[in-house]
Design a protein around this ligand. Structure first.
Ligand code: SAM
Length: 264
């Protein structure tokens, strides 16, 4: 298959995996489905007949033309050309609706796509995405484990994460150099439940994880909090100042965030 490696074009050729990805989205009979990077349509062809409306986002003009031709008789199918990172999801999802999203992602922009999905969470209900195994392990990691970090904490503030299955390079043409893992994200932001505001808490998480080897207390001092204030909040919250950010569950992070907020 012709491939542009700079666009992360590793096409999925394992039919059972295509079916499992499509099935993982659940009932789509009333849904709008968004697909990132449909490629030659391996997943697209299974999903278009199942849903009410399908909008694919693809950057590569020959692939866009191929899919426009292939699905020309399917009125529910639309393809939007251009870079997914500048795509307007709000224009694609009907008002008052939440879409389901699917994608065997172009790995060179995985992190940016994830941030875009988190930012678009009010428009999304669930997402089934394939990403590099090591990145998937970080997204799904639990606090206190080696892989837990800023990406895990951020992702888990926006969605419940399930690891569905992992595929070897041979499932793709051409084979990538890495294994790939399929995750399901069920969007369920935790900001309200934890009593934190999204922009402030996102920023706080970045400060807490800014230097992985440093303790949380050190990272907070480096972020500009007064040393006396930092010492005080660890005493009042009972959280150990020796801990690193990766050891703390999100609930404890939210407690610290509150304790550090200036008095109203
Ligand atoms: N879904 C297909 C499959 O599973 O066989 C193709 C997946 S391939 C890993 C990634 C796809 O994303 C390719 O079709 C590629 O052209 C497209 N792509 C790469 N960069 C993109 C971008 N910035 N915006 C939109 N699509 C992009």
């Amino acid at each position: 298959m012709k491939q542009k490696s700079r666009l992360g074009q590793n096409f999925l050729v394992d039919q059972a995996a295509c079916a499992a990805i499509a099935d993982a989205l659940g009932d789509l009979s009333r849904a709008t489905v968004l697909e990132i990077g449909p490629g030659h349509g391996a997943i697209t062809s299974l999903l278009v007949p199942r849903c009410r409306q399908y909008i694919a986002f693809e950057i590569d003009p020959p692939l866009i033309r191929e899919l426009e031709f292939r699905f020309r008789q399917q009125p529910s199918f639309r393809i939007v050309g251009g870079d997914i990172l500048t795509a307007d999801f709000a224009a694609a999802v009907p008002p008052q609706e939440k879409a389901a999203l699917v994608g065997n992602l172009p790995y060179y922009i995985t992190a940016d796509i994830l941030l875009k999905l988190f930012a678009a969470h009010p428009l999304l209900d669930r997402a089934v995405i394939m990403i590099q195994r090591e990145v998937a392990d970080r997204v799904a990691a639990t606090p206190g484990t080696r892989d837990y970090g800023l990406l895990s904490a951020t992702a888990q503030m926006y969605a419940r994460i399930e690891t569905l299955f992992t595929l070897p390079p041979e499932a793709f043409d051409p084979p990538p150099e890495v294994h790939s893992t399929v995750l399901r994200l069920t969007f369920a932001p935790r900001f309200q439940e934890l009593g934190v505001d999204a922009p402030g808490f996102d920023r706080f998480l970045k400060q807490c994880f800014s230097q992985k080897r440093k303790t949380l207390a050190n990272n907070l001092r480096a972020a500009g909090y007064e040393p006396a204030q930092v010492a005080h909040v660890f005493t009042t919250t009972g959280i150990s100042p020796q801990l690193r950010a990766e050891a703390l569950p999100l609930e404890a992070m939210a407690t610290l965030y509150h304790a550090l907020l200036p008095d109203p």
